[in-house]
Design a protein around this ligand. Structure first.
Ligand code: GLA
Length: 726
């Protein structure tokens, strides 16, 4: 049992194999987050919560007998606004009387095996009920009759737990949720660094680390999507902890819209993390009896550094987030037409790609943007999802038959959440875009965002997609999202529901993705957003892979992939070999191999020498598939620690095999480059395939190998493959 309730002490203890999380029901039903950290056997937390406070300025509740208690300094598990806690609180609900004081207290709880789905929302799931346990704590505000269910699921084997909240209006009047975070966690120190992922288009998910300061740190998006600019991930890393040792608390939100992760240090140098929907631009109206479900937050604890935190996220996401046929089935090796042809293609050109691709062993051709409406540039036709027969004479069937006849599968590109002002759809329905009446509608990449909050719009867009996907043999869909949302309004949401637009948009997108994956379970779905602008766990629930960045330069990709790997596994990271100028094909392949792997180039432009390398890469793709898709990642040399070279390993779960890759980002002219490997079994012996030498795991991890004689030029790279010697 991973969740226990100690009746006498009024303590909930949520244990994973490596961590404990403790909640106490204190006097008057206040819930206190007493502990989160390395696993402990204790259930006695008496006095632990005690924090001296300055009574004049930190109010207390007169009905609480223990005078050491003030909401302002106590580690409240899910603190409400306006009732004595002046820090950043997790929830505020404005009631029909117009005030937004919110005070949830414990009423009851239940503990059960398994994990329920969250209505309308993507979330981690249990493969079998034995895999995890769930605690629901029912809390209530006795003044307003607002209630909430605080949901906790413990994945015991992973060192991971999830939190989500369901708000219920149990009054007979309407109320408005002004903020509702998915999780709030209290720590009784501030001796942390905060690690997060910032970026921009073509440079997504750079890692940043800085000491936590007094006051308020916030990482967020207001763009209508999780965005290139900040990922819905943050970690508190204990001072002194690093990639391989020390305490790390990782937080990731299973959500694709506006999010907020805050870390607040209070006047007692205690830290509170809140993670959830961004309250900025959010209000949700609840009529009597209605409910609101927050997205899910994933919490990971590692006592063995940042690397182990990442591996826990990876295992959890590979096993309990990604779904469907392509979770386990080997995915076809693809070539994508975008960087090969952009908008300039026709049937013959695409077939010529397929013919050449076939020769080297590529298994699927993906036709990117430009096949529909009258689209020859990015200035029109989004929303007109019918084939452009000028480019593809005879239609999709002719093209797909020719591609299939070569033995290749076929994939297609969509951008369902967008509408071009120059489109038949927009001309017919000018109110179908996201807009605010009377205001200019900002344009980005010459397109508007379609109003996914509207059922009629969703029906139309999905109807158009379904028509194509049902009538042709399509094995793969790339779902793109190429701008952010401004002038956020809908023609149908009235005043009361106006500020629901961002969240309703996200729910609408989830609904269409859900229909798509249910109706076409064999289609491999890949998400994309101007590269990696919507790389989040919610998207992984629908698509097992996401295009990581439009930047396909192998050197630039290293930082992007290192950052992405903070919480997302290699199996999800869309990575292709392209014609990008820097580095040779070998390095491009070595970098893309740490991902879904594929090509994004005109294969007719490959030289005979390139073709030989590509053939070897295709063979390696199959050889290492298991390692890249199911292996454990060890970041050996991080690009943020070393500007010369970066190195990483993928180790099979049984530690019988390891693939090491090193890439020089700059010329490295040093005769001593010792690599101490990680993640091996100290007691096993390994043969280094490249030279037949045999080493013990203990030697490789403790002494390491001098790899200085390997390639050292800028952009050069090499791999080492270790296989257990039986
Ligand atoms: C985005 C994607 C690219 C490509 C183009 C097509 O930028 O990231 O891969 O699909 O759109 O317009």
């Amino acid at each position: 049992m991973s969740i226990r309730f100690y009746e006498e002490k009024k303590i909930f203890k949520l244990d994973t194999a490596t961590s404990s999380y403790v909640i106490e029901i204190f006097e008057q039903g206040y819930l206190l987050c007493q502990y989160y950290g390395a696993k402990i056997p204790d259930v006695n937390f008496k006095g632990y919560k005690f924090r001296e406070y300055f009574a004049s300025f930190s109010p207390s509740n007169a009905s609480v007998e223990d005078h050491s208690f003030s909401a302002d300094v106590s580690p409240l598990e899910y603190s409400g606004f306006g009732v004595g806690d002046f820090r950043k609180t997790a929830v505020a609900i404005r009631n029909a009387d117009g005030n937004n004081c919110t005070d949830f207290r414990y009423v009851s709880h239940k503990i059960y095996k398994g994990k329920p789905a969250l209505a309308g929302m993507p979330a981690t799931y249990a493969n079998t009920d034995d895999e995890c346990e769930t605690l629901e704590i029912y809390v209530r505000d006795k003044v307003t009759d607002a209630a909430a269910v605080l949901m906790y699921t413990v994945f015991e084997n992973y060192g991971a737990m999830t939190k989500a909240v369901r708000i219920i209006n149990e009054s007979d009047k309407p109320m408005d949720i002004e903020k509702v975070y998915s999780a709030s966690v209290s720590f009784n120190t501030m001796d942390f660094d905060i690690v997060h992922l910032y970026g921009r288009h073509n440079a997504e998910r750079n890692m940043a680390r800085s000491p936590l300061e007094h006051g308020h740190t916030s990482l967020s998006s207001t763009r209508g999507s999780s965005s290139h600019f900040h990922n819905p991930f943050a970690a508190l890393v204990r001072h002194g902890a690093d990639e391989n040792q020390g305490e790390v608390f990782g937080f990731n939100l299973v959500y694709s819209g506006n999010f907020d992760i805050t870390a607040d240090v209070d006047y007692y140098e205690c830290t509170r993390v809140n993670i959830g929907i961004n309250p900025d631009g959010f209000t949700w109206h609840l009529e009597a009896g209605e409910e609101f479900q927050t997205p899910e937050a994933v919490l990971v604890f590692s006592g063995e550094g940042i690397g182990e935190m990442s591996r826990i996220f990876h295992r959890l996401y590979n096993n309990n987030l990604i779904r469907g046929r392509w979770k386990t089935e080997k995915r076809p090796l693809l070539i994508n037409s975008w960087e090969a042809a952009y908008f300039s293609f026709d049937t013959d050109k695409l077939v010529s790609f397929a013919e050449r691709a076939k020769e080297v062993g590529i298994e699927m051709l993906v036709m990117d943007d430009g096949w529909f409406g009258v689209r020859n540039s990015d200035n029109c036709s989004l929303g007109d999802w019918y084939v452009n027969e000028d480019k593809l004479p005879g239609g999709l069937g002719v093209l797909i038959d020719r591609v299939n006849a070569l033995g290749l599968k076929f994939g297609i590109w969509y951008e369902p959440e967008m509408i071009s002002p120059d489109s038949d759809l927009y001309r017919a329905h000018p109110d179908w875009c996201i807009h605010v009446p009377g205001r200019d509608c900002s344009i980005a990449r010459q397109q508007y965002v379609i109003d996914m909050s509207r059922a009629d719009v969703r029906e139309n867009i999905y109807g158009q997609m379904k028509e194509v996907l049902s009538n042709y043999k399509i094995d793969y869909v790339k779902w793109d999202f190429n701008r952010n949302i401004s002038e956020a309004g809908s023609a149908l949401l009235g005043k009361e529901h106006g500020e629901e637009i961002f969240h309703r948009f996200v729910l609408g997108t989830y609904e269409v993705m859900d229909r798509l994956t249910r109706d076409f379970p064999d289609i491999l779905l890949e998400n994309c957003s101007g590269g990696g602008g919507r790389f989040d766990p919610a998207m992984l629930y629908y698509s097992p892979q996401i295009w990581a960045s439009d930047n396909t330069d192998a050197i630039e990709r290293i930082a992007i992939q290192f950052g992405t790997s903070m919480c997302y596994p290699a199996s999800t990271m869309g990575a292709h070999v392209s014609m990008s100028r820097r580095t040779g094909f070998e390095t491009k392949g070595n970098v893309a191999m740490w991902g879904t792997f594929g090509y994004e180039l005109d294969p007719n432009h490959l030289t005979e020498k390139d073709i030989e390398i590509v053939k070897k890469q295709v063979a390696d793709y199959h050889k290492y598939y298991n390692l890249t898709h199911n292996g454990d990642l060890y970041r050996i040399v991080n690009p943020w620690d070393n500007s010369y070279y970066a190195a990483w390993e993928l180790v099979s779960p049984d530690k019988s095999e390891m693939l090491f890759t090193l890439v020089n980002m700059r010329y490295y002219h040093c005769n001593k480059r010792i690599i101490r490997f990680r993640g091996l079994d100290a007691d096993k012996y390994y043969t280094l395939e490249e030279n037949g030498e045999v080493y013990s795991g203990a030697f490789l991890m403790n002494a390491g190998l001098n790899v200085s004689r390997m390639r050292s030029g800028t952009g050069d790279s090499f791999t080492l493959h270790f296989v257990e010697k039986k």
